[in-house]
Design a protein around this ligand. Structure first.
Ligand SMILES: [Zn+2]
Length: 271
C-alpha cells in the first residue's frame, strides 16, 4: 500500500515495534475492511512503542492494537498492515481498521494538527480501500456503547471530516472537471454533470428526482443511496455526484455518451 500522503508526515514503524514472540495476528483481504475505528490512547501522552509494549507485555496480544497512531504534532505512525486483524473493537475487529489519536480526551482535546492529520489519513485510506466507507468511534461499535473512547463526539468529527473532504475535493478536482449536459428520454435536464478522468458524474438528487427514483442520505455513514443501491458518490460543494453508469443502473435506465454534444443520454421507463 502506498502511504505517501501529501501534506502529512508518515513514519513506518511496522518492523520496529515490540511484538509477541510466538503469537501472530490473523490477516484479511483489504476488501474485508468496512470502517475506520477511532480511539484515543487514554493517556496524556505516549508513543506507538509504549502502546505496543503495553499491548504485548501486559495484555499478551500479538502486537500493537492499532494500524495507525496519530501523534499530537500530527505525525502519523504506520504500525500494522491494514490486512492485519488486530484487537481493538472486539467482534468487529475483522472489518475495522484502528486509528489511535494520542491523548486522553476526557481531560484534553485533540490538537488541530492531529485532527488535520487524521483527516488526511482517513481520506488517503478511503481512496486505497474503497470498502472502508464508515468512520466510527470505538463507542459506536456493537457492545461498546459503555466505552468512553475516543471521548469526543463522532458526529462533530465526521462533520469536520466531510468539510475537509469538500475543501480538498473542491481544490484538487475542480480544474479537471469538464461540464456535461444530461438528457432524459431526449429532453434536456436543467442541471449539468461533469466529466472527470473519463467518467461522467451526474448530480444524484436532481437526476434521481427527474427519473422518479428514491434518494436516501445516510448521515451517520455519509452515504448516498438511490433506490436502495449504494453509489460511489463524490461530494462537490455540498452536492453528491455519482458515475452515470451507476446512476443509470440504480434507476433502471440506459446510459449513452454522445461525444459530439458532450451529453449523457439516459433512456428508459421513468416511474
Ligand atoms: Zn478505543
Amino acid at each position: 500500500m502506498n502511504m505517501t500522503i501529501p501534506g502529512a508526515v508518515v513514519k513506518d514503524v511496522r518492523a520496529s515495534l515490540p511484538r509477541h514472540k510466538t503469537l501472530k495476528y490473523g490477516r484479511r483481504k483489504l476488501t474485508d475492511i468496512r470502517s475506520a475505528a477511532l480511539h484515543h490512547s487514554a493517556t496524556l501522552s505516549g508513543s506507538p512503542e509504549a502502546f505496543a509494549r503495553y499491548h504485548v507485555g501486559t495484555n499478551g496480544w500479538p502486537g500493537i492494537a492499532y494500524h495507525f497512531v496519530v501523534q499530537k504534532d500530527g505525525t502519523i505512525y504506520w504500525c500494522n498492515d491494514p490486512e492485519v486483524i488486530s484487537y481493538h473493537v472486539g467482534n468487529s475487529n475483522r472489518h475495522a481498521l484502528g486509528i489511535c489519536l494520542v491523548g486522553d480526551f476526557r481531560k484534553q482535546k485533540p490538537t488541530p494538527s492531529q485532527i488535520e492529520a487524521a483527516n488526511r489519513l482517513i481520506q488517503h485510506l478511503q481512496v486505497q480501500i474503497p470498502t472502508m466507507k464508515q468512520v466510527l468511534g470505538h463507542y459506536e461499535y456493537p457492545g461498546y456503547a459503555w466505552k468512553n473512547c475516543p471521548a469526543f463526539l463522532m458526529g462533530t468529527f465526521r462533520t469536520n471530516y466531510s468539510q475537509f473532504l469538500q475543501k480538498t475535493l473542491g481544490k484538487v478536482d475542480k480544474p479537471k472537471q469538464v461540464p456535461v449536459a444530461i438528457s432524459l428520454n431526449d429532453s434536456l435536464l436543467s442541471v449539468t454533470g461533469f466529466l472527470q478522468e473519463g467518467i461522467s458524474m451526474l448530480p444524484v438528487r436532481a437526476v434521481a428526482n427527474a427519473a422518479g427514483g428514491k434518494v436516501e442520505w445516510i448521515a451517520a455513514t455519509q452515504d448516498v443511496r438511490v433506490n436502495g443501491k449504494d453509489l460511489n458518490e463524490k461530494i462537490v460543494e455540498g452536492s453528491a455526484y455519482a458515475p452515470a453508469r451507476e446512476m443509470a443502473a440504480a434507476l433502471c435506465l440506459q446510459a449513452e455518451w454522445d461525444g459530439k454534444t458532450q451529453t449523457v443520454k439516459l433512456r428508459g421507463c421513468v416511474t
